[in-house]
Ligand binder design. Structure first.
Ligand code: NDP
Ligand code: GDR
Length: 358
C-alpha cells in the first residue's frame, strides 16, 4: 500500500471518479478539486466520501477552479501532493465552439496556472504532474494509426486549447526538469460518462426507448469513427505514467476503430432491435427491422463546424514501456453502458424521461 498524496483537478468528472477510486484502493490520500455549482455535482464520487469523524478518511474535496490562480496555489500548498493529475477541463468539443474563450481559459491557461503554482511553491522536484491530453490534438488525419510522433492538427477551440496545454507541459518538463507527462488519451467511456457525449447519449436513449419514455434518438455525424475504450482501463494508464522513472508522453488507445453508426447498432441490439439504415446524409434514418419504427434520425443541428472524422490510436509505446493495454472490448463497453442505463431507468423511470440532450 502506498502512503502517497494525490491532488486531482476535475475529481467530479468521469475520469476523476475512476482515478480517485483507483488511488484510494492503492492506499493514497486523495484531494479532489470541485467547482462551486448551484446544484450537486459530486454524485460520481459520493460513494467515496466519508464523514471526517470516521476512521481511515483519505478522500477530501476542496472548492476550486482552474480559472483561479490563488486558489490553486493555496490548495497545492495545503495538500502537499506527491502527484497532481490535471483532469479538469471544459471537455465537450461541440460546446467549445460556443464558449471558445472560457474553454481556452480553463483548458489552456488553467494548465499553465497549475504548473506555475508548482514553480511558485518551489515544488518542481517533489511533484509529479499528469496532463490530460487528448486524441483530439490529431484532428485532421495526418497518419494512421496515430502515435506519439504523429503531427497535430487540432480542429476545435477545445483541441487548440489542449494543444497549448500539451506543449506547456512539455516546456515545463524541459525548462524546469519537472516530472511532467502527457497522456494522449483516445475516447474512453463508461456508465458514468457525461450524458451529452455520443456513447452515453445513445445508451440512455436505448434505455428510454425500451421503457417507452422516448420515441427516437437524434444524432449528428453517424459516420464519425473513434477508438473507444473503457475509462476504468485508462485511469490505470494515467497512474502508470506517473510511476515511470522518467517523464514522457504516451498514447493510450485500444487500436480498434468503430463508427457512431456501429455503436448505435450494437446498443439497440442489446434490447433486441435490429437497426436498418435508409436515406443519405442529413436525411438518413435507422428503422427497427421488426416494427418499422424510426428509432434513429440524423439531425444536422448536431454537426460540428469542423469535424474530426477518424481517430485510430497506436498504444504500442505504452505497452512496450509500461506494459499498459486496454482490458475491456468494444462489445463489453457497449453492453455495460446500455445495461447500466436500463437498470437505472428501471429504478427511476421519471429520471430519464424528462432529459434533454445536447
Ligand atoms: P468530464 O467532463 O467528465 O470532467 C471534467 C471535470 O472538470 C469535471 O470534474 C468538471 O467539473 C471539471 N471542470 C470543468 N471546468 C472546470 C473549471 N473551470 N475549474 C475546475 N474544474 C472544472 O471529463 P472526463 O472525465 O471525461 O475527462 C477528464 C479529462 O481528460 C478532461 O481534461 C478531458 O478533456 C480529457 N480527456 C478525456 C477523454 C475522454 O474520452 N473522456 C479523452 C482525452 C482527454 P463539474 O463536474 O463541476 O462539471
Ligand atoms: P468527442 O466525443 O468529440 O470525440 O470528444 P463525442 O462523444 O462528443 O463525439 C464523438 C463523435 O460522435 C459524433 N456525434 C455526436 N456527438 C455528440 N456529442 N452528440 C451527438 O448527437 C452526435 N452525433 C454524432 C461527433 O460529431 C464526434 O465525431 C471526446 C471528449 O471526451 C473530449 O474531451 C476528448 O478529448 C475526446 O473525446 C478524445
Amino acid at each position: 500500500m502506498s502512503n502517497k498524496t494525490a491532488l486531482i483537478t476535475g475529481a467530479t468528472g468521469q475520469d476523476g471518479a475512476y482515478l480517485s477510486e483507483l488511488l484510494l484502493a492503492k492506499g493514497y490520500t486523495v484531494h479532489g478539486i470541485k467547482r462551486r455549482s448551484s446544484s450537486i455535482n459530486t454524485r460520481r464520487v459520493d460513494h467515496l466520501y466519508k464523514d471526517r469523524h470516521e476512521e481511515d478518511v483519505r478522500f477530501f474535496l476542496h472548492y476550486g477552479d482552474m480559472t483561479d490562480s490563488s486558489n490553486l496555489i493555496r490548495l497545492i500548498q495545503e495538500t502537499q501532493p506527491d502527484e497532481i493529475y490535471n483532469l479538469a477541463a471544459q471537455s465537450h468539443v461541440q460546446v467549445s465552439f460556443e464558449t471558445p474563450e472560457y474553454t481556452a481559459n480553463t483548458d489552456a491557461m488553467g494548465t499553465l496556472r497549475l504548473l506555475e503554482a508548482i514553480r511558485i511553491l518551489k515544488m518542481e522536484e517533489k511533484v509529479r504532474f499528469y496532463q490530460a491530453s487528448t486524441s483530439e490534438l490529431y484532428g485532421k488525419v495526418q497518419e494512421i494509426p496515430q502515435r506519439e510522433t504523429t503531427p497535430f492538427y487540432p480542429r476545435s477551440p477545445y483541441a487548440v486549447a489542449k494543444l497549448y496545454a500539451y506543449w506547456i507541459t512539455v516546456n515545463y518538463r524541459e525548462a524546469y526538469k519537472m516530472h511532467a507527462s502527457n497522456g494522449i488519451l483516445f475516447n474512453h467511456e463508461s456508465p458514468i460518462r457525461g450524458e451529452t457525449f455520443v456513447t452515453r447519449k445513445i445508451a440512455r436513449a436505448v434505455a428510454a426507448i425500451e421503457h417507452g419514455l422516448q420515441k427516437r434518438l437524434y444524432l449528428g455525424n453517424i459516420d464519425a469513427q473513434r477508438d473507444w475504450g473503457h475509462a476504468r482501463d485508462y485511469v490505470e494508464g494515467m497512474w502508470m505514467i506517473l510511476q515511470q522513472d522518467n517523464p514522457d508522453d504516451y498514447v493510450l488507445a485500444t487500436g480498434e476503430v468503430h463508427s457512431v453508426r456501429e455503436f448505435t447498432e450494437l446498443a439497440f441490439k442489446r434490447i433486441g432491435r435490429q437497426i436498418q439504415w435508409d436515406g443519405k446524409g442529413s436525411d438518413e434514418k435507422g428503422y427497427c427491422g421488426k416494427t418499422g419504427d424510426i428509432l434513429v434520425a440524423v439531425d444536422p443541428e448536431y454537426y460540428r463546424p469542423t469535424e474530426v472524422d477518424y481517430l485510430h490510436g497506436s498504444p504500442e509505446k505504452a505497452w512496450r514501456q509500461m506494459g499498459w493495454q486496454h482490458k475491456t472490448s468494444f462489445e463489453q463497453l457497449v453492453t455495460e453502458m446500455v445495461d447500466a442505463d436500463l437498470a437505472a431507468l428501471k429504478q427511476n423511470h421519471a429520471d430519464a424521461g424528462a432529459m434533454t440532450y445536447a
